[in-house]
Structures are given as C-alpha cells and as structure tokens.
Design a protein around this ligand. Structure first.
Ligand SMILES: [Zn+2]
Length: 82
C-alpha cells in the first residue's frame, strides 16, 4: 500500500473492513501490530473517536499504541456486527 509522503505529523491511515478477510483483524499500516476491532483490552490500540450513522457504527478512529499512527476504520455498515 503506497501512500503519498506528507510532512504533516498527523498521518491518518484508512482501513476498509470490507477488504479484510476473517474476523476483521488487520495489521497496523505502519508498524504491523495486529489490531482487532473485537479486542477491547486497548493493549494494542485505543479508540479516539466513534462515528455513528443512525444507530449503526459507521467509522472508528483508532490510534495504534505501538507507533502512534491514527487509523480510520471504515466499512462497518457492510459487515454486521455479531
Ligand atoms: Zn502501529
């Protein structure tokens, strides 16, 4: 995955859950730490922001605790939560 280099310190990665196989876990785009939306221990990541459309989760902004990257998770609406 190639991203344009930027001089801004706040780089935001976007991860589309509909493009992820399995249980929705994905490696951090920067450092490779495995981030699982179902992991609520907040050991690997912390949730910064939750965006809801109607009563459904639309977007989640996470921060990887390993490298500090901000990651925008999209695609919840196509993937019903169990
Ligand atoms: Zn990371």
């Amino acid at each position: 995955m190639m991203k344009k280099a930027t001089t801004k310190k706040d780089v935001m990665y976007t991860v589309d859950l509909t493009k992820i196989d399995g249980d929705g876990a994905f490696p951090c785009p920067k450092c490779g730490a495995i981030i699982s939306p179902d992991d609520e221990s907040e050991e690997v990541y912390t949730i910064l922001e939750t965006k809801v459309k109607g009563d459904k989760l639309a977007e989640l902004i996470l921060m990887c605790k390993k490298c500090g990257s901000k990651i925008r998770l999209v695609g919840f609406l196509q993937q019903p939560k169990v």
